[in-house]
Ligand binder design. Structure first.
Ligand SMILES: [Zn+2]
Length: 299
């Protein structure tokens, strides 16, 4: 019954949206909507497009993305959007179904990226989706978005390229500062212990060892074997601080803290930006927040 209600609501909303299409076709170009799957991507696109498109995110700040359940109003938003942009690499488990009935252009950023593969359990051989977590890869996201928007609107190519350059300079500063920090950090201290295995691109790009409680948040479950492995590494390597992520409970990581005497380094932001009042309300702020916490914890 409930399913039927949701279905009919979606159809009703879609027909209302279809009714407004005539109005949309008369809209000024800079009123066209780019719909990103999640907040990090939306923020990167905003920094490249500036006022040229309206950019929105399906998943809201602070909300878990992997297993998100789109709502009827998400469908309506997507049906009137100009283009849908997703990360890919299996990040948005809901995206294929969501997009399958909509006639909207699609850009999948990961098609332009080299993956790092997960090497554990049932995820063996699947790409790790969290490439944006490394500032070095973030700069590649910007390049891909610049190119994609320029193809959508060729007359604005120079503007998008200039916006991209300015934005990448900021990412490059963050990249250089973190590289310098790691290069000056004692090799025995180069461990990043988190809840989700979301930091592979960061640890790979900057020379850290990655340790995590579970491979992806869609699972978000700690097995005794994984818990024992994490505790053993933290003890053996005398890891000073362990971390968790903003979109999941840090309860399991607190067990590691209690068992090992390591300190809790704080919640890192990965899959979702924070609300405006939070510490990670933009991609740049998110990177700075994460890298500052990691620096404090590892010193
Ligand atoms: Zn994740």
């Amino acid at each position: 019954m409930r399913k039927n209600i949701i279905f009919f609501t979606a159809i009703l909303l879609l027909s209302l949206a279809a009714g407004s299409c005539k109005r949309i076709s008369n809209k000024n170009q800079n009123e066209e909507v780019i719909l990103a799957s999640f907040t990090v991507l939306a923020d990167i696109i905003k920094n490249v497009s500036k006022d040229d498109f309206i950019v929105r995110s399906i998943v809201k700040p602070g909300v878990e993305v992997h297993g998100y359940q789109p709502t009827p109003s998400d469908l309506v938003k997507a049906s009137s959007a100009f283009v849908f942009v997703d990360n890919g690499f299996g990040f948005e488990l809901w995206a294929e179904k969501f997009i399958s009935n909509l006639k909207v252009k699609r850009i999948t950023v990961s098609e332009g990226l080299d993956p790092i593969f997960i090497s554990e359990d049932s995820y063996e051989g699947k790409p790790n989706p969290h490439a944006w977590i490394s500032p070095k890869r973030g700069m590649l996201y910007v390049d891909i978005i610049v190119e994609s928007l320029s193809e959508l609107r060729p007359s604005k190519r120079e503007l998008f390229e200039e916006n991209g350059r300015i934005y990448k300079d900021k990412l490059s500063t963050i990249d250089k500062e973190f590289s310098l920090f790691i290069n000056n950090l004692n090799k025995e201290k180069r461990y990043l212990v988190s809840c989700e295995g979301a930091f592979s691109y960061l640890t790979n790009d900057y020379g850290l060892e990655e340790v995590y409680l579970w491979p992806v948040n869609a699972e978000s479950q700690i097995t005794p074997k994984r818990m024992a492995r994490t505790i053993s590494i933290v003890k053996d390597k005398n890891v000073q601080a362990v971390f968790c992520e903003s979109t999941v409970s840090n309860e399991s990581q607190m067990v590691v803290v209690n068992e090992t005497g390591a300190s809790f380094g704080g919640d890192l932001f990965v899959d979702s930006l924070s609300e405006d009042s939070g510490p990670a309300s933009s991609y740049i702020k998110m990177l700075k927040h994460n890298l500052n916490l990691i620096k404090k914890g590892l010193l």
